[in-house]
Design a protein around this ligand. Structure first.
Ligand SMILES: O=C(O)CCC(=O)C(=O)O
Length: 275
């Protein structure tokens, strides 16, 4: 069934996405989706995948837990990728005819976690060139604005590419060279020069953001509420597999793509148009 007709997106939302680089779409996913995905996330934390990362040093409060590619191991996540309204939302926002599922990224901050997610934008981590790349950041718990990810409004249009860093505190840069890369500016020191977007969110709400929109997040400031978020990454037909000299993240291998290829393959499935 196509979800196009009932998508929770207005033309104004799409204009804001293009202008600002991030929007919050209210109640895009039903409580059933949230319950099923929440159960899959908890199962993943009990038995993580091969790319799991723990970003909280031993002995520190809370837990900043990261994992990838849940769609390959959890039925609810796979079902979300192929059959939820997510792919249609991504298509509308990107203005794309085709939607290719790139990967997913689980980011859990348990109550009291102090680790920030450093300021970064996503495309320099990926071996992908092109404009049509959108992420959907879907929290499974209520998230207050002081714990939500923050986005620097309009930064996807700066024409700048910042060197990717690992998230672990004091994170080192990934070992990757690209003539476009420069160091991320000290956004906290220049807060008065920017406008920031972040939201109080309820389960079912989702943030859609462009892969070049600069963003970062505080720790989980709640001492009682979990902050489980599942981010899914979607590409359109203008994207191409690109050469990156060095590390990429997540380090997804085995796809057999060559520089210049379109992304669609078994590892990065084409989810729209439906087959
Ligand atoms: O959840 C977070 O703390 C950050 C999310 C993020 O960086 C992303 O989805 O690209």
């Amino acid at each position: 069934m196509s979800h196009e007709a009932t998508l929770p997106l207005t033309d104004e939302d799409i204009a804001h996405y293009r202008e600002d680089g991030a929007i919050c779409i209210r109640q895009a996913f039903s409580p059933e989706w949230i319950a099923r995905l929440g159960a899959a996330i908890d199962a993943d934390m009990r038995a993580p995948g091969p790319m799991v990362r723990i970003n909280t040093p031993k002995g520190q409060p809370g837990l900043f837990f990261v994992d990838f590619q849940l769609w390959q191991r959890h039925e609810a996540c796979r079902y979300f990728v192929f059959d939820s309204p997510a792919a249609d939302i991504a298509a509308r926002l990107m203005g794309a005819r085709e939607v290719i599922y790139y990967h997913d990224h689980l980011l859990v901050k348990e109550p009291g976690t102090e680790e920030r997610t450093p300021w970064h934008h996503d495309q320099p981590y990926y071996p992908i060139d092109g404009e049509q790349i959108v992420s959907l950041w879907l929290p499974l718990d209520p998230v207050s604005r002081d714990t939500c990810v923050e986005y620097v409004r309009g930064s996807h249009r700066w024409g700048r590419w910042f060197a990717p860093k690992f998230f672990r505190q004091g994170g080192v840069n990934l070992q990757v060279q690209d003539a476009r890369f420069e160091e991320v500016p000290d956004i906290d020191a220049e807060r008065s020069s920017h406008t920031f977007l972040s939201w109080d969110m309820q389960p079912g709400d989702v943030i859609a953001f462009h892969a070049l929109t600069l963003h970062g997040a505080p720790g989980n400031r709640s001492s009682t509420r979990r902050r489980r978020a599942w981010a899914t990454r979607w590409c359109g037909e203008d994207t191409r597999y690109a050469v990156r000299a060095g590390q990429i993240s997540p380090p997804i291998e085995g796809h057999g793509l060559q520089p210049g290829d379109g992304l669609a393959c078994a590892t990065f499935p084409r989810v729209r148009p439906r087959g």
